[in-house]
Design a protein around this ligand. Structure first.
Ligand code: BG6
Length: 369
């Protein structure tokens, strides 16, 4: 039920804060992560030497964000694989591989086949899924449900942030049992997770109207590029995917560092580029590098919309528009930065008079190969 909202998409974007909050419920006890769902793995989680994450579409970009966090916290190599590529190329997996599938519906055939292949080749399988009792969780050794609630709009939004939340819980759990983070470090990160819903609320409230405004004047835009770095890179990919899916506009996401290795050739006067700017507060921040990327593309005539944290004044002289997000640690910013990109795709599609809930040629869950 739309409950008074004009579209499911608008409703579901407004539910992104709640999707994170509900996915955390019952899983944090005294500043530590509590995941009884993983008990059946016993000693396996200390023995694994590698994680392979299988997913398609938006779920694959959520998985890529998860990779940054899990590797950093639990010091285990994580490979994110598109499910449909995985089992057709004789992948290296075995008993010490944990295979994590990420799927909102739990019915995506490409992901199901990849999970079945992994099982057959000795890997243990964990499903991160939003749909109780779906096929993929039933075929997996364990399941960690996201609690985003039913997602009706075809393009995934609230499930995306819930998937990242579940992957972060997994990362913190692994870091705890493998001893790569001590209790105070885990508890500080857990607190960041718990602070996310309120910060997301703030983004949902502040980004809506402004983005709707400039979506109206750029209704005829032909192509949009998205740039991000570190965990902002998969967010750039997600922003571009949403724009293709909803507004049928050519869009591409790039790692900002890759700009000079090719994509900068695409920049000509008037090219719209959306840049996710990392926080300048972190001593190892990539902020100066991303600011210099913005200068390079502006010098070639690009129009730049920056998504930057509140208080980042250094970005101001270089961007045509700045969308603000609240302060958060480097691995938590992406969850905040994605909301304006979801809103942007929805508003551009709406300005073009398109059906944002049922984009052409797409299905909510693709149960064929
Ligand atoms: C696509 C949907 O077909 O499947 C996307 O249109 C979705 O929105 C992708 O991200 C993966 O779906 P699921 O259910 O496996 O997360």
């Amino acid at each position: 039920e739309k409950g008074g909202w004009p579209t499911f998409m608008k409703k579901e974007i407004s539910e992104e804060p709640e999707a994170v909050g509900k996915t955390l419920i019952g899983r944090i006890v005294d500043g530590a992560v509590h995941l009884p769902e993983l008990e059946s793995f016993d000693g396996l989680l200390t023995d694994i030497d590698r994680i392979v994450v299988l997913a398609c579409g938006t779920a694959a970009y959520a998985s890529l964000v998860g990779k940054y966090a899990i590797e950093s916290w639990a010091r285990i190599p994580v490979d994110v694989e598109l499910s449909h590529e995985f089992h057709y190329r004789d992948p290296v997996i075995g008993e010490r591989t944990l295979v994590v599938s990420v799927s909102q519906s739990g019915e995506t055939m490409d992901t199901l086949l990849a999970v079945q292949y992994a099982k057959k080749h000795g890997a243990r399988t964990l499903s991160i899924c939003n749909t109780q009792g779906a096929t993929i969780p039933r075929e997996s050794d364990a399941v960690l449900y996201t609690h985003a609630g039913p997602e009706v709009a075809v393009a995934s939004t609230k499930a995306f942030v819930a998937q990242i939340t579940a992957l972060y819980l997994l990362g913190l759990h692994l870091a705890t049992i493998r001893g790569t983070l001590d209790a105070p470090a885990v508890s500080a990160l857990v607190e960041e997770l718990q602070n996310l819903p309120a910060k997301l609320d703030q983004v949902v409230e502040t980004s809506g109207e402004r983005i709707a405004d400039f979506a109206r004047w750029m209704g005829d835009v032909q192509s949009v590029l998205f740039l991000g770095r570190h965990a902002g890179y998969p967010i750039a990919l997600e922003g571009a995917l949403k724009l293709k899916e909803l507004a049928y506009i050519h869009a591409e996401g790039f790692a900002a560092g890759e700009l000079k290795h090719g994509p900068i050739a695409l920049i000509e006067p008037g090219q719209l580029v959306i840049v996710i700017v990392p926080s300048p507060r972190d001593p190892n921040s990539l902020h100066p590098k991303v600011i210099s990327n913005i200068q390079e593309i502006r010098a070639r005539g690009a129009r730049v919309i920056a998504v930057a944290e509140i208080g980042d004044v250094e970005v101001l002289p270089f961007a045509d528009e700045v969308i603000r997000i609240p302060l958060a640690g480097p691995l938590f910013e992406p969850l905040l930065a994605v909301v304006p990109l979801h809103v942007f795709a929805m508003e551009l599609a709406t300005a073009k008079g398109l059906d944002v809930d049922q984009p052409r040629n797409l299905a909510k869950s693709v149960t064929v190969e």
